[in-house]
Ligand binder design. Sequence first.
Ligand code: SF4
Length: 643
Amino acid sequence: MLNYLFTSKKINECEIPNRLVVTAMVTNYCNQDGTATEQYIAYHEEKAKGGWGLIITEDYAISPHAMGYEKIAGLWNDSQIESHKKLTETIHKYDSKVFCQIYHAGRQACSAVNGGVQPVAPSAIPCPWNREIPHELTISEIAQITEDFGDCALRAKQAGFDGVEIHAGHGYLIAEFMSSYVNKRTDKYGGCLDNRLRFVKEVYENVRQKVGSNFPVTIRFSADEGVPGGRDISESRILAKQFEEWGLDALHVSNGVYGSQNKGGTVAPMYVPHAWTVDFAAEIKRLVDIPVFTVNRINEPLMAESILEMGKADFIGMGRGSLADPALPNKAKNGEFSDIRYCIGCLQGCTGALLAGSTLTCLVNPSLGKEWEIDYTRVSEPKTVVVVGGGPSGLEAARIAAVKGHKVSLFEQKGFLGGQFVSAAYPPNKGELATYTAWIINELDKLQVDIHLNTKVTKELVQKINPDNIIVATGGVPMIPPIKGIDKSHVFAAEDVLLGNVPTGDRVVIAGGGEVGTETAAHLALQEKQVTVVEMFPTLMKELDSVSRFNLKKIINEYEVKQYTETKVVEILDDGVEVENSQGRTVLQADTVVLALGYKPNNTLASELKSVFDNVVVVGGALKTSNALHAIREGFEVGISIK
Ligand code: SF4
């Protein structure tokens, strides 16, 4: 069935065993001095074990002031080589090859992570994300950075990497020189395309001269920068031809810069179609004879296979797919597609966590970044474990406890598993959430977790089982504030509306403009209903990351959802909702009112059980209002800690 994915292909003299590539992703797992940690090595080892043909590491800083994040890898001096050698030796125990991506973040670096040093760029135009005015590089500084790139590549070779990838995309320093979006210079490095390519050419030549002709040197660049004045495919076609002519061994066709991130840019969220940039790679592939990589929102091996079959690319990059399931290639090879834990494009654990200054995590894979410290050995004396609640937190706790060999029973009051994650898959563009729920239910089935649906747990029931461990994961319940008329028969909870448990009329007012309220608005607007959202805060979706907010806002604007912010619901009437804001009071006509006013912990049972048992642990939304990322992680931590 998979005739293309698992064939080998050469890049220069390096034979890559299959076409699945882990693309570079910042981890923030290294030491501040750029050396590799045990955590960093174990994270990569998991992918090598999982069968990826090629692993491209995160961006290695070529100098201590080139970093965009505090704890990324670096090879700017010889003393760093040894720790990275351990990484390549570890990966080479398996079949995978490993390339080192080398970069300078340019104006997308920031002084906060570069020892207070001002970012640099071809011209003094700030990056819209960090807003620091960069220092315009002088000719002699450019020459030094060029040498630094070459030296860094040589150290990568000495550390045992199979190749290097020069990062000339995503708006980093080399990309800045190549694009008139940022490069406004009037010297030999600015102006016409030939001048704008001078820096990347010099970097490549320096690298090639230091690593030799047989060592793979590839380049990553953005085919379309997605910003006004940025480079588009017409100029990128020329770049591709030039790169091939100079001697680069493969082209990694990516997209975007930081400034286009909201539109999908460098890392696309679930709102952006799958494989949305693949046709850029296909265009480039028509022009060159060297291998071409494609990337971005490809998370399905069958989709990857179809891209190869159509001849649109030679290698398929799946950065986030490898975070969600490091064993994706091996599972795909064995045809175990329903065993793959798919990336859902949420960005919460990866980009979201990094932008918040944390380390790389993944919402659906709570063991990410913990590979070095997790012990999956089955226990010799299994415990009986009762998990109450079949939402994301309870499911993950049950799964990992069963993986450790414990005898697990899970009780859920409703007739289905997945909790709020189930209804969360209903709004537009969120269907992929269901892949996670389906995956974990399948896992629990394989692990023979004893599941009881439609079962209300009481302390008597638990006393009868008398388990060694009790995990309460009863989640949250909707907040119902004391608003006059809130108990009327046309007032429904958002979850019931999304699941289709209740009928809605044609004119709907949604009380609450957070993530759930706004997504419910989008869901109903797509059903041609007239929808109004009322929110007390100045902005809708204030808890969402900027990328998701931008994309969801686009949908509700397109479908003409009326939006009232800094507005309070005063009373729910039979035919509308009375609201109040700085303009005074008004009545919004409605035949249906939806409540999306947040959740509070559902912890009554937890308190009851704690009064009788001393082995009760409460996790997820039952403990405090949280999101799926934290709920799943907490479930994992509690489940794995049972001895
Ligand atoms: Fe994918 Fe979300 Fe995991 Fe990021 S956090 S890898 S987007 S599932």
